[in-house]
Design a protein around this ligand. Structure first.
Ligand SMILES: *Cc1c(COP(=O)(O)O)cnc(C)c1O
Length: 364
């Protein structure tokens, strides 16, 4: 069985060289006589793997020492609660509602703090990002929360809002490492690994150290950022194999040219796809500039029947998981860092052939 082009929103495609290296090292890792899955998380071999993964991520994102890097579990969904549990001081927080994931973050935060929804794009089915200025934010808020890339709708914050002295918290689950961000613009960044980093089961948190250490009682020890930071994410048994694979992805990215090169490739891939959609007479992009995601590209045909036909024929041609999220319908191509340019080209070629075919059928 050959590998397909996998456009899944997550868990998503991984770089083939990383999978091949994982396979080569699966049974016996680096002279240790055992698999990474079988070794102590406190032994020298694994702590070396963890340290290298952190160092590579720090290099990729230019993370200053004043930020801790945590390798946690529980997904982005656990961060929806951990953020208010750890960052609440005065008891109020500003949230921007740009979709289902923002809404879930808001619902969870309401259990711990007073949430103010500063802006929402729900009036237009989350098809854009609200414009925001510093004056929109409460200077007394403990933090401002945004979702930089909205995986389901395919929207991206065109720029990071200025929140002044209020720490900005970003759910970057679906676009971390896809384009250059200045870590110093954020108080905290979190991301589930399964979209742009590695296997599911690992969550990355990058948090300014001065924001840790005050926690709402009675918060479980596992939800305390400071505990994890003080223990190098080894307070309890971490997701060792997922950390190992994330480290390989980080090293692959560095070898390929880092975040700048990923961004260049992502702009090229997304640009080709949006250009095709804008020229097509049957396919249409659902999002306008400047809100278009580089990672998740939703599109549609003139009818649901054609959507269904397209998805089925694409599947049969080895272009997998193009069905849109159930709340939006139609199609969505997720083209994360590990999706090669050839995958996007194959998709565009297939769409062009499909367009020719249905236009011919319409003329009969
Ligand atoms: C996928 C996703 C989530 C949910 O992540 P889990 O790891 O499944 O909890 C949250 N936010 C965004 C933006 C996502 O894309």
């Amino acid at each position: 069985m050959a590998r397909v082009f996998n456009f899944s929103a997550g868990p998503a495609v991984l770089p083939l060289p990383v999978l091949e290296r994982t396979q080569a090292e699966l049974i016996e890792y680096g002279g240790s006589g055992m698999s990474v899955m079988e070794m102590s998380h406190r032994g020298k071999v694994f702590t070396g793997i963890r340290d290298r993964a952190e160092a590579a991520l720090r290099q990729l994102m230019q993370i200053p020492d004043s930020y801790a890097v945590l390798f946690l579990q529980g997904g982005a969904t656990t961060q929806f609660a951990m953020v208010p549990m750890n960052l609440t001081r005065r008891g109020k927080a500003d949230y921007v509602n740009t979709g289902v994931w923002s809404k879930k973050a808001i619902a969870e935060a309401k259990k711990y703090t007073q949430v103010r929804v500063v802006a929402t794009s729900e009036d237009k089915a989350f098809g854009y990002i609200p414009a925001l200025t510093k004056a929109d934010f409460d200077p007394e808020a403990d933090y401002v929360h945004i979702t930089t890339n909205n995986t389901i709708y395919g929207t991206l914050f065109p720029e990071i809002p200025d929140t002044g002295d209020v720490p900005l918290v970003a759910d970057m689950s679906s676009n971390i490492l896809s384009q250059a961000y200045r870590v110093e613009d954020f108080g905290l960044i979190y991301a589930g690994a399964q979209k742009n980093i590695g296997p599911a089961g690992l969550t990355i948190v990058i948090v300014r150290r001065d924001l840790m250490g005050t926690i709402l009682p009675p918060t479980p020890v596992m939800f305390d950022y400071k505990i994890h930071a003080d223990n190098d994410s080894l307070y309890n048994t971490p997701p060792t194999f997922a950390i190992y694979m994330a480290g390989l992805v980080f090293e692959w990215m560095l070898a390929e040219g880092g975040v700048a090169e990923m961004e260049r490739r992502n702009r090229e891939k997304a640009g080709l796809l949006y250009d095709f959609l804008d020229r097509s007479e049957v396919f249409a992009s659902t999002i306008a500039d400047p809100y278009r995601s580089l990672m998740n590209v939703p599109f549609r045909l003139p009818s649901e029947d054609l959507d269904k036909q397209f998805i089925a024929e694409a599947e049969a041609a080895g272009l997998k998981s193009l069905k849109g999220h159930r709340s939006v319908g139609s199609m969505r191509a997720s083209i994360y860092n590990a999706m090669p340019l050839e995958g996007v080209q194959a998709l565009i070629d297939f769409m062009a052939a499909f367009e020719t075919k249905i236009k011919a059928a319409a003329q009969v």
